[in-house]
Write a protein that binds this ligand. Sequence first.
Ligand SMILES: C[S@@+](CC[C@H](N)C(=O)[O-])C[C@H]1O[C@@H](n2cnc3c(N)ncnc32)[C@H](O)[C@@H]1O
Length: 294
Amino acid sequence: MTLSQPLLFEIQVQRIFPKPFLKWAGGKSQLLEQLTPLLPKNFSRYGEPFTGSAAVYWHLFTLREKRSLLFTDARLTDSNTELINCYAVVRDNVNELIEKLSTHREKHDKEYYYHTRALKVQHLSSIDRAARFIYLNKTCFNGLYRVNRSGQFNVPMGSYKDPTIFDVEELKNASLALQDVSLDAVDFREILNWAQAGDFIYFDPPYAPFSKTSSFTSYTEKPFGEQEQKELAGIFRELDKRGCMVILSNSWVDTVLNLYKDFYCVEVKASRAINSKPERRGKISELVVTNYGP
Ligand SMILES: C[S@@+](CC[C@H](N)C(=O)[O-])C[C@H]1O[C@@H](n2cnc3c(N)ncnc32)[C@H](O)[C@@H]1O
């Protein structure tokens, strides 16, 4: 090497590609391919008021890692306090969480499941609550989240032979991807106190029922009914007026199509996972609404 030659260092940047580590009814992983062309190209802040397993946030993060998107801030919220506590612990204490999850994995059997389910979260530390939440999510029936009137989780154990309770790399990737994210356990209406012009907001509410008998809307103690769907449509309109870019997913049913008839309505196809009647578990039409056109 002569002195006149510049020194070149190759900087290896470790990219992170997070994905959902929870099972969640209505999780959007299977719709990402259809949602991607509808995403706004340019925004600086992202807000997701019905976060669930955060499939869309992990996807946006991945697009940013690949330099296909640029955004600086993200805020994930959901009314499920255990879910948001879980994300906060993944963000702030992932190593301790992994230790607690290893204990759950070692002890898992029917008796241990029901013992853990019966624990009162008010008596547990936030890390214990998060570990319990992930453990129950991965071992309960279909990954459902359902609580009784007093807020106690009441889903029976699933019949998995050897459930994968956690994956260390998955949790560590999620932790890195959450480092600059703000997390709040709040109702969707609270988005009005945060959103400003230029933000991108994605709404993925509990879906309006396909029929009077097919409703699966109980993620939390409070039901999400017609009144909530109407209020959400009002918030969509208000955010549109403010200059936000908004996307909403919902069922392809007349009541919802009427609420969003002034916006761009796109039909997408999804496999329905939650239906008690096997003959109704095929590809179904779902609605994606945007306020900014193709
Ligand atoms: C369809 S799921 C969201 C799924 C998510 N997009 C995913 O990919 O997993 C709906 C979410 O809304 C939350 N939720 C229900 N009622 C709510 C309310 N009033 N305010 C905020 N979140 C609510 C539930 O806890 C649930 O996580």
